[in-house]
Design a protein around this ligand. Structure first.
Ligand SMILES: [Zn+2]
Length: 1009
């Protein structure tokens, strides 16, 4: 294992400011950072200022402890409401204004069970301080406290337009949580948490239970803010390369008007005082669905603080038990065949107390009892036997690699630091201990070296002899969805019956009042309060990554690319094989092929040994499918199969002196994978079937989008077969075939391997610094020499050459029902034809549409959790989408009015400028070194040049009002000839068909799976 690349940090003197006292000035050697803890004297606000002179992605966050007493969702609703205007920025939604016209790369808010966190990130200093200013004012002085309409919009309200109509509940959080409570996994998680913590704040739902949300009053809402949203209860975090004095000055300007108060927000421990308990609950399923139960066993692990080494060791134990498919408990549960997929998630340790949950989903009623017994007896026997040394080595190396690499991907590093620190800081422990690991890691290694039975002891203590345990069984209920709808209807009918004529009049008036307020534009004066960037704040030059073409291959040989980037001694390797040689019949097997390559073992290593070797020697290896369309600069792709990229990828990372081992593993996997591992294949098909079915309920919009694409292009067709509703529907048949006629599946998998794994048309993409690249290239050559070359006669591409547009799904409107209380409404179609030029301005306009019209009509007025527009410049296709939407027909009507809305909107120069800045922010969002290397490879494969990127950027910068009208006119074709896909509840789909007048526009309704 490599050592930390940072030396010891040389501590600088902390910057001083008279309003603050320094509490601690300390180094975090693990990451080469210095952190200064301050206390704001007047208010007692706690501040951490991290000096990170080499990271320009600045991060700010203010976090408040907000432990709720009930499940009305008040912390969550307040989190939404705080972002709806404030004293200094009296516009309706500064949050959206910031999304429109900032270079931010992170702008969000999170509600935890015990805290609420408001983080922002930007690489531009002026932008960063604009964001800080808006967020601090929002948190401390929200408009929501003086305007009850905000709570109505974001939380809940009764809606009524005509006296004879039924009352309805509306509100963004109300619908968001209805969606959450429709998902069996979240239902299970929430019920478990409540049961494990009967006595403290974790026993209620901070997100809000849809049944309890409508009991939240404006008075309670305001009171919650008064109590907890005070500087004395806040923890403020700064990180990055900006001036540390400016941080203190700006913060003091916001805090100095407050004085210190006592806030009782401390989270108290739930005592481990229970005896084992069993809970039964139900979840909604469609009529006729296979009766599948869920069963999990759950423990509350600690009721006092855990030492750092113990926490680290528990994390390793978690991966030893459940971290991979070959982890001990995971394997026992999977192989028991008692259920379809392991569930529960294992360790959860970001709150005051850690919990552990494990079980199975997809369990037959007769097997439910056996699952609980198996979990308990397995833990008991593992506590006696312990783990293999190879398993421990793999888990320890994997952990150490992850800690040292600290690869946060596109996510700001500073934010990861903040969240890591917060898991300690919020509980009044030393914040820096939340990110330090060296001492604990060394000490844990020493214990293991000395032969201490560390993990066996942990299992005994935390599971075997821990009686604070809850077993939760979740049973399917065909009537639950209908009952919930009926219950809500009758509750609302009762409310309406109890109201006087005057009261009903008032609700009608309030409904109109809210709608009018939502539709009202902010005044120019109010808009002018928001800090803005100008065109001078954006870099006109497009961003480029280093790329060297070591060897340019073609369809008969391999291509090698390298990217010289600082990676702290790690080599990131991506190897891609063109899969257009497979039989079209086998496309449906691609996901199984891709995972079985990794999970089936090889001819020399069984599945467990393979996973352990990967864990012990590398930073991880994985396989995936990459597909895209090629298009020349700013022109819509021909959409023909020949202009499509189809790659099976194997990707890995390792330190320099393990590159040879990693490439050896690549070779073993690619050439010798045990594709005849029926047992593993069947397990994976079961898992993927149930996973897909549950994700249709929680991510219906993405399945609807995939379905839509399958009506228009070859690639859309491939996507639908491998990951769309078609794949969900086929999952049962594939599983049956695998169980009853395995040889047929195995023959197809072998055929695929022969067609895919060949040097012809392959690509090798390496990202590392110069020295590591130089040392690695000869090893790559050796690796390449081991791979087969297909004879020229054998490089036919049946997948592409046999394509015919007759395989496309017909563009008819479809509705797919699932057990849910919300809908996902999608409509789209081509607005540019193949070969037509597309300008970068389109990215500004589709962004504008998402954040203006779609946000206002679908989310704010419609009450959906999300509504957005997507346009792909390579396919020329435009798509409207809604997410967790209470409406259906209303949303479709709103989509159809979008072109007129653009044409009628007065699009000012400032609107355009904000849109341009936002679009540039999207183009420039920060990436980790491996992401840079990968995206540079994608650009290369797509045939996109630096000039193309600059031209696109110039077009973004040059967007005019004319581009908006041109786009709107094109968009009209979606209204007239686009097609619709809805994933939603059966009753909503049938209801919509009653309202849709034209026969041809009606939804063809079927069960999703
Ligand atoms: Zn929310």
């Amino acid at each position: 294992m490599y050592s930390s690349t940072h030396g010891r940090v040389k501590l600088q003197k902390p910057v001083l400011h008279p309003a603050y006292e320094v509490v601690e000035n300390a180094a975090v050697d693990e990451y080469g950072l210095q952190a200064i803890l301050y206390k704001h004297k007047k208010t007692g606000a706690q501040v951490i200022s991290v000096l990170a002179p080499e990271d320009n992605n600045k991060v700010f966050g203010i976090t408040l402890r907000t432990p709720p007493k009930d499940s009305t969702g008040v912390p969550h609703i307040l989190e939404h409401s705080v972002l709806c205007g404030s004293r200094k920025f009296p516009v309706k939604e500064p949050f959206v204004d910031l999304l429109k016209g900032s270079l931010q790369n992170f702008l969000n808010a999170f509600t935890y069970p015990d805290r609420t966190c408001y983080p922002v990130a930007s690489t531009n200093t002026k932008d960063f301080y604009n964001l800080v200013d808006v967020y601090l004012d929002a948190v401390l002085h929200p408009r929501a406290l003086v305007d009850p309409l905000v709570l109505q919009q974001e939380g809940w309200h009764l809606e009524l337009e005509k006296p004879e109509d039924p009352l309805t509940y509306k509100g963004v959080v109300y619908n968001e949580m209805k969606g959450v409570y429709s998902s069996p996994d979240s239902l299970l998680g929430r019920t478990t948490q409540r049961a494990l913590f009967p006595d403290n704040t974790y026993g209620v739902d901070s997100g809000g239970d849809p049944l309890a949300i409508p009991t939240l009053t404006f008075a309670d809402f305001k009171d919650f803010h008064r109590k907890f949203y005070h500087p004395s209860n806040s923890r403020v975090f700064f990180y990055g390369d900006d001036d540390p004095l400016k941080r203190l000055v700006v913060l003091d300007e916001h805090l100095s008007e407050f004085s210190s108060i006592d806030v009782d927000s401390k989270v108290v421990y739930q005592k481990k005082n229970k005896t084992p308990e069993r809970i039964e609950m139900t979840y909604p399923v469609s009529a006729g669905a296979e009766p599948k139960h869920f069963l999990t066993v759950n423990w509350l692990m600690n009721d006092e603080p855990l030492p750092a080494k113990e926490m680290l060791a528990i994390g390793v134990l978690d991966s030893l038990l459940l971290g991979t498919s070959s982890a001990k408990l995971h394997k026992i549960l999977t192989e028991s065949q008692l259920g379809e997929s392991v569930t529960g998630g294992g360790l959860s340790d970001e709150l005051l107390q850690a919990t552990f949950s494990v079980g199975l989903k997809g369990v037959k009623a007769a097997n439910v009892e056996k699952v609980e017994a198996l979990v308990l007896s397995s833990l008991k026997s593992i506590a006696e036997e312990g783990f293999d040394q190879t398993a421990i080595d793999a888990a320890m190396n994997t952990l150490e690699f992850r800690l040292r690499e600290f690869n946060t991907g596109g996510y700001p590093k500073g934010l990861s630091f903040m969240l890591g620190m917060m898991s300690h800081w919020i509980y009044d422990k030393n914040a820096l201990d939340g990110v330090r690991f060296e001492e604990a890691l060394n000490s844990l290694k020493a214990d293991l070296k000395a032969g201490k039975p560390v993990f066996q002891d942990l299992i005994k203590h935390y599971f075997v002899s821990n009686e604070h345990r809850v077993t939760v069984e979740m049973k399917p209920d065909e009537h639950m969805e209908a009952n919930q709808i009926a219950e809500e209807e009758s509750r609302l009918a009762n409310i309406k019956n109890s109201l006087s004529v005057d009261e009903i009049e008032k609700i009608i008036k309030d409904t109109a009042l809210l709608k009018a307020a939502q539709a009202r534009e902010d005044s120019l004066e109010a808009k002018a309060t928001l800090p803005r960037l100008g065109v001078e704040d954006i870099d006109p030059a497009s961003r480029e990554w280093p790329i060297t073409i070591v060897r340019k291959g073609g369809s008969h040989s391999e291509t090698i690319l390298t990217h010289d980037l600082q990676t702290a001694g790690i080599l990131y390797a991506d190897v891609g094989f063109d899969f257009s040689g497979i039989d079209p019949q086998d496309v449906e097997l691609l996901p199984l092929f891709t995972s079985l390559m990794m999970e089936g073992g090889t001819s020399t290593l069984d599945e467990v040994s393979l996973q352990r070797k990967i864990g012990a020697e590398t930073g991880g290896i994985g396989t995936t499918i990459y597909s895209d369309v090629m298009a020349s600069a700013g022109v819509v792709s021909s959409l023909a199969p020949d202009d499509t990229l189809l790659y099976f990828m194997i990707r890995g990372k390792s330190v320099a002196d393990k590159v040879e081992v990693m490439l050896g593993l690549f070779e073993d996997i690619l050439l010798n994978a045990n594709l005849n591992n029926k047992k593993r294949a069947v397990e994976m098909l079961k898992e993927s079937k149930i996973r897909k079915e549950t994700s249709v309920i929680s991510s219906g919009h993405s399945f609807a989008g995939t379905r839509l694409a399958s009506r228009y292009s070859f690639l859309g067709h491939i996507g639908e077969i491998t990951g769309g509703l078609t794949s969900v529907r086929n999952a049962g048949r594939l599983l049956d075939t695998a169980e009853t006629d395995w040889d047929a599946i195995y023959a197809r998998l072998k055929r695929m391997q022969a067609a895919i794994i060949k040097k012809n048309g392959m690509i090798v993409n390496l990202t590392a610094d110069k020295l590591v690249l130089e040392a690695s290239l000869p090893l790559v050559e050796n690796f390449l020499n081991a791979l087969p070359v297909a004879s020229l006669a054998k490089v036919a591409k049946p997948l592409k050459s046999s394509w015919s547009t007759s395989k496309l799904n017909p563009p008819v409107n479809e509705g797919f029902f699932v057990p849910t209380q919300v809908n996902y409404v999608v409509k789209g179609g081509p607005i540019y034809q193949p070969g037509e030029p597309v300008s970068g301005a389109t990215s500004v306009i589709s962004r504008y549409l998402s954040l203006n019209y779609m946000w206002d009509t679908v989310r704010v007025i419609g009450g959906a959790y999300g509504g957005f527009a997507r346009f792909s410049e390579t396919t020329g296709r435009f798509v409207y989408m809604s997410y967790r939407d209470p409406n259906l027909k209303v949303t479709l009507d709103a989509y159809d009015k979008a072109p007129t809305a653009i044409l009628e909107a007065e699009i000012t120069g400032d609107d355009i400028l904000q849109g341009v800045i936002g679009a540039i922010g999207d183009l420039d969002s920060p990436l980790s070194p491996d992401q840079k290397g990968y995206s540079s490879m994608m650009q290369y494969l797509a045939g996109e040049s630096a000039e193309d990127r600059q031209q696109w950027r110039n077009q973004v910068l040059g967007t005019t009002a004319h581009d908006f009208t041109d786009f709107a006119k094109r968009l009209d074709s979606v209204r007239s000839s686009g097609s619709v896909v809805v994933v939603g509840s059966k009753s909503a789909l049938e209801g919509a068909n009653k309202e849709i007048k034209e026969e041809i526009a009606k939804l063809n309704i079927t069960a999703a799976y």
